[in-house]
Design a protein around this ligand. Structure first.
Ligand code: G3P
Length: 218
């Protein structure tokens, strides 16, 4: 399973990349706004940190505007993946950009029907938002199960399921058990994955017993 980092915070991306935990990065207009930086500048810096796909989202809502913005974003770096919303204009843009060889991440997906449309439009990734469904008492993971099942019925569909809006480690584990290709994780969730109290307690006990031996390995 590929781990993407869901942030535009360059310091977080850099530290997680040094730990080998970054297979790609996803951003969106809210994450860019939170960074306080110019979009082209921060996307270029992120693309220099990781060789993996870096999602940069268009902000136009019409086809011609999305296409122009998508082509601009694509030219920032060779690993830019253009992100478009799951709207009619977004799917039209996805088809046009993918036919030009540009990878496209179709975002704001909340139904299996939407995911099927994105795959037919040639999307490289589909981003179903599990957390936002959970937030309204709807089971986000059942959407992932439906999409994975549908895509598996049609091997010619090349779109990868990129689980987004991840709120906690269980979303990741369940997504991996379902066979999703990618999860994009806030830095805080990636750091939570590592932690278990029994690991910490066990290590402390090992080191306490080792200290009693008076030995050192080197
Ligand atoms: O990549 C999409 C993700 O950033 C959305 O997450 O927490 O705003 O639902 P959230």
């Amino acid at each position: 399973m590929k781990f993407f980092v869901d942030t535009a915070d360059v310091a977080d991306i850099r530290s997680l990349a040094e730990a080998g935990l970054v297979d790609g990065v996803t951003t969106n207009p809210s994450l860019i706004a939170k960074s306080g930086r110019k979009m082209a500048e921060v996307i270029a810096e992120i693309c220099a940190i990781t060789e993996g796909p870096v999602s940069a989202e268009v902000t136009a809502t019409d086809f011609q505007g999305m296409l122009a913005e998508g082509r601009f974003l694509r030219n920032i770096a060779s690993n830019v993946c253009v992100k478009v919303p799951l709207t009619e204009a977004g799917l039209r843009t996805c088809r046009a950009l993918s036919q030009e060889g540009t990878p496209v991440n179709v975002t704001l997906c909340f139904s299996p029907a939407q995911a099927l449309l994105a795959a037919k439009a040639g999307a490289t990734f589909i981003s179903p938002f599990v957390g936002r469904l959970d937030d309204i008492s709807t089971d986000g993971m059942s959407l992932i199960a439906d999409i994975v099942q549908i895509y598996r019925n049609y091997p010619n569909l090349k779109t990868e399921v990129l689980v987004a809006s991840v709120r906690h480690p269980i979303h990741l584990v369940q997504s991996a058990k379902l066979g999703a290709h990618v999860a994009t994780l806030p830095p805080s969730v990636i750091r939570q994955l590592l932690k278990h109290p029994l690991t910490e307690a066990g290590l402390s006990a090992f080191l306490a017993d080792w200290a009693k031996t008076g030995q050192s390995i080197l």
